[in-house]
Design a protein around this ligand. Sequence first.
Ligand SMILES: [Zn+2]
Ligand SMILES: [Zn+2]
Length: 303
Amino acid sequence: MLPYKTIQEAETALGRALTTAETLWFNYSATKSDYFLFCHNILFLFLIFSIVPLFYIFIEFVYKKVHIYKIQPKVKLSYSETFRCYRDVMRMFFLVVGPLQLVSYPSIKMIGIRMGLPLPSLGEIVAQLAVYFTIEDYTNYWIHRFLHCKWGYEKIHRVHHEYTAPIGFAAPYAHWAEVLILGIPSFLGPAVVPGHMITFWLWIALRQIEAIETHSGYDIPWTPTKYIPFYGGADYHDYHHYVGGQSQSNFASVFTYCDYIYGTDKGYRYQKRLLWQLKNESKSSGQQNGGSYNIYTGDLKCD
Ligand SMILES: [Zn+2]
Ligand SMILES: [Zn+2]
């Protein structure tokens, strides 16, 4: 809730006219409680978990031209298997994710997420998001690596690895303990560099959209994330699921540099090199089958 009753009052306090974005924010948030504004995250997460994967469902079941980019092309889930994944994710959402949001409000206030005016500049938002992604990636790397020890995997992380060929809906599919544990890396960035609630909303939304893309099962070359330096993407994380419980490779959630620095990308790099060699040999021997040769891991495994 804003401490100003009118826009004029806000402008007097700021010593300048409100921008268009600030006027919109004033009109929307002035009479709403901070707790209610924070709880918008629950709605945003519900919409993201439900709607964003539909793009990949459309590709999988309807627009099959894009199947040339499918990472494990021989793995096909049925409608009912896909829906079962969504149903399980929603059960976890209402039992764990939603309640976790409801009770984490005091921590948001404690770290100093602000909801008032002025709004942050675009540059401030982008810089803070970059910090959040970097901190989350580094912390998530080590937690994920710990979850691959015998105890962590068998008791907790095994659930997330049920999908050896992941789909968009499976991004948040995990044991309830993993959902709680991985809340820590998501929270650390905003705790270190607290920003505005709008930045926080964006952070939670973008992180989940990124996770859905990396679990989509499609390595689409024209996705904008291809332009992000050191970005792992779908192919990178798919390999981690493909190898499964024995995987000691590709632990990072967003970028590739942690796995490179700590030497946990060797299996993936070897696999990539091998597949490129096979592709080139196939080309040079004139056996390329009309461009449908797939360099991705699924083909190599299934063949
Ligand atoms: Zn894992
Ligand atoms: Zn995963």
